[in-house]
Design a protein around this ligand. Structure first.
Ligand SMILES: Cc1cc2nc3c(=O)[nH]c(=O)nc-3n(C[C@H](O)[C@H](O)[C@H](O)COP(=O)(O)OP(=O)(O)OC[C@H]3O[C@@H](n4cnc5c(N)ncnc54)[C@H](O)[C@@H]3O)c2cc1C
Length: 428
């Protein structure tokens, strides 16, 4: 079976390796000149398992095992390989309520090293963190931004071995190397501009350089261009994917000490997440989409402001400094990039579509780097099942996870799921 994957980001390259391992004849096309140079290159690549949906906790947990065993997962390749530091992660929810306890319970069921720490413990173990609550987050020019809310946070969720991948671009190149070794073909610098289904049930993809590719199966792994590629194929989904502009800023780490790495923090109480960068010398900080901030939806992913802006930089760095007062703002540094968001629930769509032979792995919503090798395997199984005639809409693929051994009903990734109950933010 010939399969053509549109998009050579971490998702497309993961699908390529997984489908090749199932014996398919795989081609990956990307309009850029190298793999992983789309939104993947900007990823913070944090690998954590705190998610609202138990199925996603299981996939993220499996992902963590894959990243930890990267060399064996890939098999022999010659390039340098990623590293996966695991300093641990604190989640600071606005309240430690039943929802939080349920998530922690689901994580514990999968033997993830997770616990809830009370404020006294946070003060004792992570004394550099200010434990005052900043909820609800405010814009920094709001008159009450610096005012005390008069209370502490209620506690934190501590995921002991959460980590991050250095670097996401290299991870994608590693996937390419492993894929090529096994026979995956890469066609770079080629932009798909038409996807036609022919009478004999095969596809013809046309590229802007006039090339034509025949295929039995097509996969949309085009990241923030996912809705454009769906339009090329004439496919509409019950869920919407849309590019969302994000900025990630870089500051000096005031506590840099190689022997004592800084934690990763997801601070929903203040509206930011951050992690160490540059071997720990720096900190990078992104947004958890607090309600007071307008979301920067983009109409054309090829035409947006890819620099950083004063207002975004100010609000993000100042929220970081609320929690971590020793940080100094310094000069504005950082990047901007696009998420491909599933607008209704911020969960990826990994599924067949109503056009037979056309599949999607899209809407990764700013948090699917960690799961990409697993989502690749999920989609490969879905393709295999559908092409053998299984009606996955009514009989969804039950995915047995190779490292952790758990089985996951993949219907929560379906295009027909309806919006599931999630945080509606990058936290998932
Ligand atoms: C700022 C930022 C921070 C993030 N942080 C994290 C994190 O901490 N943890 C985490 O798990 N996830 C994180 N993510 C999310 C994660 O990085 C993405 O979910 C993932 O990288 C998406 O990969 P992709 O392959 O789907 O998309 P991309 O990497 O964007 O790849 C899509 C590819 O498709 C190509 N393409 C598009 N249209 C066409 C066409 N017509 N023809 C040919 N090629 C085409 C593009 O050139 C591109 O290379 C973050 C994302 C961003 C942007």
């Amino acid at each position: 079976m010939r399969i053509t994957i549109v998009g050579a980001g971490v998702v497309g390259c993961s699908i390529a390796l997984a489908t090749r391992r199932l014996g398919m004849d795989v081609t990956v096309i990307d309009k850029l000149g190298a793999v992983g140079h789309g939104s993947t290159s900007a990823s913070c690549a944090i690998i954590r398992r705190y998610y609202s949906e138990p199925g996603m906790i299981a996939l993220a947990n499996e992902g963590a095992h894959v990243w930890a065993d990267w060399e064996s997962f890939l098999g022999p390749i010659e390039d340098d390989k990623i590293v996966f530091p695991r300093p641990g992660m604190l989640f600071i929810p606005p309240q430690v309520d039943d929802d939080v306890r349920t998530i922690v319970g689901e994580m514990a069921k999968l033997n993830i090293k997770v616990s809830i720490l009370d404020v006294a413990e946070v003060k004792q173990r992570f004394s550099y963190l200010n434990t005052a609550s900043n909820f609800p987050p405010l814009p920094p020019d709001h008159e009450a931004f610096f005012e005390s809310r008069g209370r502490d946070i209620e506690g934190v969720v501590y995921e002991e071995d959460a980590g991050y991948v250095v670097s996401p671009g290299l991870a994608t190149q590693n996937l390419r190397d492993a894929g090529e070794r096994d026979g995956v073909q890469f066609q770079l610098n080629r932009e798909v501009c038409a996807i036609d289904k022919r009478d004999d049930d095969t596809f013809e993809l046309t590229t802007t350089d006039g090339g034509r590719i025949e295929s039995d199966v097509v996969v949309n792994a085009a990241g923030p261009h996912s809705s454009i590629v769906n339009r090329l194929a004439g496919v509409t989904l019950p869920l919407t994917t849309r590019p969302l502009r994000q900025e990630v800023h870089t500051l000096n780490n005031p506590l840099f000490d190689e022997s004592s790495p800084l934690l990763i923090v997801g601070d929903m109480d203040s509206g930011v997440y951050w992690r160490p960068e540059g071997g720990g010398r720096d900190i990078i900080v992104g947004s958890t989409e607090p309600e007071c901030d307008d979301l920067d939806w983009i109409d054309d992913p090829d035409d947006y402001n890819d620099g950083i802006t004063e207002s975004y930089w100010r609000r993000q760095t100042m929220r970081l400094m609320q929690r971590f007062p020793q940080v100094k703002q310094g000069p504005a540094r950082g990047l901007s990039a696009l998420y491909d968001v599933t607008v209704e629930d911020w969960y990826p769509i990994v599924d067949r579509t109503d056009l037979p032979g056309y599949y999607v792995c899209i809407g990764t919503s700013g948090s699917s780097f960690k799961t990409s090798p697993v989502l690749g395997q999920v989609l490969a199984k879905i393709i295999e099942a559908c092409e053998k005639g299984q009606d996955v809409d009514h009989s969804p693929v039950q995915m047995k996870l190779a490292y952790t051994g758990y089985s996951v009903d993949t219907s929560f990734l379906s295009r027909n799921r309806g919006a599931i109950h999630t945080s509606g933010t990058v936290i998932g």
